[in-house]
Design a protein around this ligand. Structure first.
Ligand code: FAD
Length: 506
């Protein structure tokens, strides 16, 4: 047995000098920007990409955690927004998901106010039973701001907002940032991934133009193809299409014919769902669908029949398989972005996972020996986070009243992961929701989506009965009125964009 190949690259010692990023989509340039800015003083950062191979060209809705990434890199919000035609996003409107003509919003804020024993939902549930509570979104500022199209960045408040952005412009913005901080871009198609014969670690990339790019650590950002992590290292893929059966998408951009809303729209159809992502200057549209239940042509026709404004590009079909790479970090290669797997875009979580992989890799930065313990810990933490995001997304499909098509009947009756089943039972029986360390989605998200999808708990916590009905009414009214007052005082979303981050006309 070759002892050098057992655990890590033990023949090598010392700090890594060269990080090579393969691929220049959102994942590649986010990685290059972060590595160049945060560790670029001592490490050479090289990105290889090919103009011949297009990026996936979608991925334009984000979640509020992007602030963490931008803060780390000291990227100014108003500058990045102006450069990427971005608008603000306060949540997602789920239309026809619970059933046809039944809509709800999953917003990014917090719900009302709870007590040490019971969250706000318990008080709201009793209020509903007594007919003294209105819809749950009235008790969440971000939710109400969505409905009223209001927005402002308020310096002493939580930044519970995200962005809709132009993916192509975001990669361009990050490229400029990365190059300013010392990253080097090499143009060229990767033709071969060269492995060290003794241990199978990646030694270098051979490009079509004859260049060879050697490195210590390789970050695979080559998209669905997974050129390094899969084609070269054969890491394996765990398929989740039995839980997330949509496997295709069609994307198209249109002219903006209505003012941009401060939220994404997700509209369910008999075989999947449609997105509408409003930027300052255009609308991103797409249809996510299950090819077992509809043809590409019919899905495309449905999409084109449900959008407004002139088409700005040819509709593009994207095929994928939901799931995750068995290891995101294998030998001296870390998969980031689509090369690491894909859930689906329902809750706009992919860019978040990209930033998590990058920040986590920086926190677990190995030496040339590529310590296996770092890789194991990285993989375990990524896996925990992804499993939980997966469950949250699966819940949207599972908890539905729709039975109008074979697709929805499948989703409604499909077996689900045990952890998700326990969460659903817990909420249904006792209105309890929870978030454990390392999970992305908090109680408020679970509650809004479970109730929005039609899962109404059977009981609330008995501590709520300590309040008289009048006290409960006063409590609920005070929260609702103060939120309404706060939201009413905000400017219209578009007025705020105009003075804060207006993009230059193209
Ligand atoms: P890509 O964009 O595919 O980039 C791959 C790069 O690798 C390119 O630069 C290409 O040139 C390069 N490359 C490939 N092969 C070679 C080679 N042989 N030689 C040299 N270079 C090579 N995420 C969100 O967060 N929010 C969303 O709303 C959202 N919506 C989505 C909708 C759909 C339908 C899909 C499919 C994805 C969506 N995502 C979303 C995910 C998001 O698009 C991706 O996470 C993000 O764009 C990152 O992609 P990437 O950089 O990993 O891959």
């Amino acid at each position: 047995m070759n002892t050098q190949s057992t655990k890590n690259n033990t023949a090598k010692t010392g700090a890594i000098n060269n990080v090579v990023i393969a691929g220049g989509g959102t994942a590649g340039w986010m990685a290059a920007a972060a590595f160049a800015k945060l560790v670029g003083k001592n490490i050479n950062v090289t990105l290889v990409e090919s103009d011949q191979i297009p990026t996936v060209g979608v991925g334009e809705a984000t979640i509020p955690t992007l602030h963490i990434f931008h803060d780390l890199l000291k990227i100014k919000e108003s500058e990045f927004m102006a450069a990427t035609n971005a608008s603000f996003k306060l949540g997602i409107s789920f239309e026809n998901w619970r059933d046809q003509n039944k809509d709800y919003i999953h917003s990014f804020g917090y719900l009302g106010q709870g007590c040490w024993a019971a969250g706000f939902q318990h008080f709201w549930l009793k209020g509903q039973q007594q007919n003294i509570a209105s819809e749950i979104g009235d008790y969440c500022p971000e939710h109400l701001a969505c409905r009223k199209q209001k927005f402002a960045v308020v310096s002493n408040q939580d930044r519970n907002h995200a962005f809709h952005l132009d993916a192509g412009l975001y990669a361009k913005f990050l490229r400029q940032f990365a190059e300013q901080h010392g990253a080097t871009r090499i143009e060229g198609k990767i033709e071969q991934v060269n492995l060290e014969p003794q241990n199978g670690f990646i030694e270098s990339l051979s490009l079509e133009n004859g260049k060879t790019v050697a490195g210590d650590l390789f970050i695979d950002c080559t998209g669905f193809v997974g050129l390094l992590i899969e084609k070269a290292l054969h890491t394996g893929y765990e398929d989740w299409s039995h839980w997330l059966p949509c496997d295709s998408a069609i994307a198209v951009q249109t002219e903006q014919v209505k003012p941009a809303l401060p939220y994404t729209r997700s509209i369910a159809h008999p075989f999947g769902w449609q997105w509408k992502i409003p930027l300052q200057n255009r609308m991103g549209n797409g249809m996510v669908f299950c090819s077992k239940h509809v043809s590409d042509e019919e899905a495309k026709a449905t999409l084109l029949g449900n959008i407004e404004g002139k088409l700005l590009n040819e509709p593009k079909i994207i095929k994928y398989r939901t799931g995750t790479r068995r290891k995101h970090w294998n030998k001296n290669c870390v998969a980031v972005g689509l090369s690491s797997g894909f859930l689906e875009p329902l809750e706009s979580t992919s860019i978040h996972l990209i930033q998590q992989s990058i920040i986590r890799l920086l926190q677990h930065l190995p030496s040339k020996a590529m310590e296996q313990s770092l890789a194991d810990d990285f993989n375990a933490k990524m896996r925990f986070e992804i499993d939980n995001i997966r469950d949250f997304i699966v819940m949207h499909y599972k908890v539905t009243e729709r039975t109008d098509s074979a697709f929805w009947r499948y989703c409604k009756t499909m077996p689900i992961p045990q952890g998700l089943k326990s969460r659903i039972d817990l909420f249904e029986e006792s209105a309890q929701a929870f978030k454990t360390d390392g999970e992305l989605f908090g109680e408020t998200s679970w509650i809004q989506v479970m109730i929005g999808q039609g899962l109404m708990p059977q009981s609330y916590h008995p501590i709520v009965d300590n309040m008289s009905d009048q006290e409960l009414k006063n409590f609920l009214d005070t929260i609702k009125n103060s939120i309404a007052k706060r939201v009413d005082s905000l400017p219209h979303h578009l007025d705020f964009i105009r003075q804060y981050c207006l993009a230059k006309p193209m």
